[in-house]
Design a protein around this ligand. Structure first.
Ligand code: C5P
Length: 232
């Protein structure tokens, strides 16, 4: 897989999601299905979007004991998605079990990437609530290394961390980066944002873009603009 734009389908249900996708006549963007849509519609919505020919990142962020995550990943492996994720804080044993569960009998599997520290966690909360006293950036890179050691394919991170992650874990270690906005666009609840052009310059492999595309007057034009800025 090469550089691509992944549209976050943060919609409450099937109808809104499919009518959004219907606007992309002749195009099959890579899409992300998260908790909101999956918990509302279940595996059927994944199958239906896959049948329409889209690549899918199933963003369910698994985190449990290794055996349970292995079983969960085995179920997800049957959905024929292209990318799934988990929390690196579940430890190397959990990540290795996840990889085992995800690998199909024929040896193929979706890409598996790790969430390091959520972008909603700041230094103060990490220290006071999680009792982790190292600098946040160091914690993110440490978790990236754990994911690498476990054999995962990459991490979710800010575009601003993509270069460091590649330095630390290798050029082929994927960086999947949300927090992307057009120049002058509304940042919403995202704190550290970059443009598609900047994300490309910083070395992101995939950008995940939600509201700048889903809430645009012309989502297809916004998607094309993201692609042009990021992929060229
Ligand atoms: O609308 P927006 O472009 O902010 O959407 C970004 C998407 O990426 C959302 O689906 C959000 O849940 C997801 N995400 C994120 N930050 C992370 C992990 C996932 O924004 N650290």
């Amino acid at each position: 897989m090469g550089k691509d734009v992944i549209i976050a389908l943060d919609f409450p249900g099937r109808e809104e999601t499919l009518s959004f996708l219907d606007r992309f006549t002749g195009k099959k963007p890579f899409v992300k299905i998260g908790m909101e849509l999956f918990y509302a519609e279940g595996p059927d919505i994944v199958r239906e979007i896959k049948r329409r020919g889209h690549k899918i990142f199933l963003d369910l962020k698994l985190h449990d004991i290794p055996n349970t995550v292995k079983g969960g990943m085995r179920s997800l492996s049957r959905l024929d998605v292209d990318m799934v994720n988990l929390h690196a804080s579940g430890t190397i044993a959990m990540m290795q079990a996840a990889l085992e569960g995800l690998t199909r009998p024929d040896g193929t599997r979706p890409l598996l990437i790790a969430v390091t520290q959520l972008t909603s966690t700041d230094q103060e909360r990490m220290e006071k609530e999680l009792l982790i006293e190292k600098p946040l950036a160091e914690v993110v890179m440490h978790y990236a290394s754990l994911a690498r050691q476990a054999g995962l394919d990459g991490i979710v991170c800010s575009p601003l961390e993509a270069g460091k992650a590649h330095e630390r874990c290798g050029a082929n270690f994927l960086t999947v980066t949300p927090g992307v906005r057009f120049a002058g666009g509304d940042a919403g609840d995202q704190k550290r944002v970059t443009t598609p052009e900047k994300a490309r310059e910083l070395g992101s492999d995939y950008i995940v873009v939600g509201r700048p595309i889903t809430q645009a007057d012309d989502p297809v034009e916004a998607y094309e603009r993201c692609l042009a800025g990021f992929v060229g």
